[in-house]
Design a protein. Structure first.
Length: 179
């Protein structure tokens, strides 16, 4: 049995979970999310917990068991506390500014970049070089952070670019000077 799939999900007070025809609706103080469950799993609901069960022991059902449990746990945590992701901009002249239409970034290209944030994601810019993204949807915030990072990935010689706050850039030694 899946070690992750057999864990029960505790539902904090203030979070409501409703299951309709394989679609789970989760509502909490931060917002509401819904997700269609894979076909070979089902959710058993108790007053303060959820449990994901699989239909049989087929390979497909076993592979979907842990996935469904983590998706539901992320939904419950997202509507209760939310998720955040922090990006850092490293480089001389590289900066970011939050505007109503999105993030306005100068990243060393010949033109500034205007990045439109999708609905459900908020951004705060601190010190022009630190971007904090907040959302209730963990998958969406991960995709947005990865897309922003792709605009100028960190390079290994000077470390210039956009990186996650928790990321460590492995540095390479540059060319040696003339002797």
């Amino acid at each position: 049995m899946s070690r992750i799939g057999k864990r029960s999900i505790t539902v904090p007070p203030g979070v409501a979970v409703r299951i309709d025809d394989g679609v789970v609706h989760v509502e909490g103080p931060k917002g509401a999310l819904q997700e269609r469950l894979p076909s070979r799993v089902r959710v058993e609901s108790a007053p303060d917990s959820l449990r994901v069960l699989r239909a049989d022991d087929s390979r497909e059902a076993r592979s979907q068991h842990g996935l469904a449990q983590r998706l539901l746990a992320n939904m419950v945590k997202g509507v209760h506390t939310g998720f955040s992701r922090t990006l850092e901009i490293v480089g001389v002249g590289y900066r970011c500014e939050a505007r109503p239409q999105g993030l306005y970034m100068s990243l060393g290209y010949s033109h500034p970049i205007l990045f439109q944030l999708p609905p459900g994601v908020q951004a705060k810019v601190e010190r022009q070089t630190v971007i904090t993204l907040e959302s209730i949807d963990r998958q969406l915030i991960g995709e947005v952070a990865a897309t922003i990072r792709k605009l100028r990935p960190p390079e290994p010689y000077k470390g210039k670019g956009i990186k996650y706050a928790s990321e460590t850039i492995l540095r390479k030694a540059g060319k040696t000077g003339k002797k």
